[in-house]
Design a binder for this molecule. Structure first.
Ligand SMILES: [Cu+2]
Length: 124
């Protein structure tokens, strides 16, 4: 009886592990760009990030990747606009916006509230 329970527990762990691996691999095509506010000048991870910027400003992704812009600015809202392709609403502090890139190309974007905030997505 103890052996049987052990076998059932063991198979549950194996099935759980397989589901976990499938879940992780299905989420691989998701990339996050952080929107930096005033606090962007703080130094962390050994790197200085300019205030009011997208971090990283340029990313290269595979076709079909969903890019999420996550507003890490605790105070200001921002937008993400790529003319003719996508336009976010105001992204409030702690909010985010996602877009799936299904076309190969180079896509520039900016924030309409702070037009000097610029970024680029390269889709291969
Ligand atoms: Cu902005």
């Amino acid at each position: 009886m103890i052996k049987r329970n052990l076998a059932i527990s063991l198979s549950l762990v194996i099935v759980g592990g397989i589901i976990g691996v499938i879940y992780i691999s299905s989420r691989q095509d998701l990339t996050i760009v952080k929107i930096e506010g005033e606090s962007g000048v703080a130094i962390y991870n050994g790197t200085s990030v300019p205030a009011y910027s997208f971090s990283p400003a340029t990313i290269e992704v595979k076709k079909g990747t969903t890019v999420t812009w996550s507003n890490a600015d605790p105070i200001a809202a921002h937008t993400v606009i790529s003319l003719g392709l996508f336009e976010s609403q105001l992204i409030q502090p702690r909010g985010d916006f996602s877009f799936q890139f299904n076309e190969v190309g180079v896509f520039d974007y900016y924030c309409s509230l702070h037009p000097w905030m610029k970024g680029k997505i390269i889709v291969r």
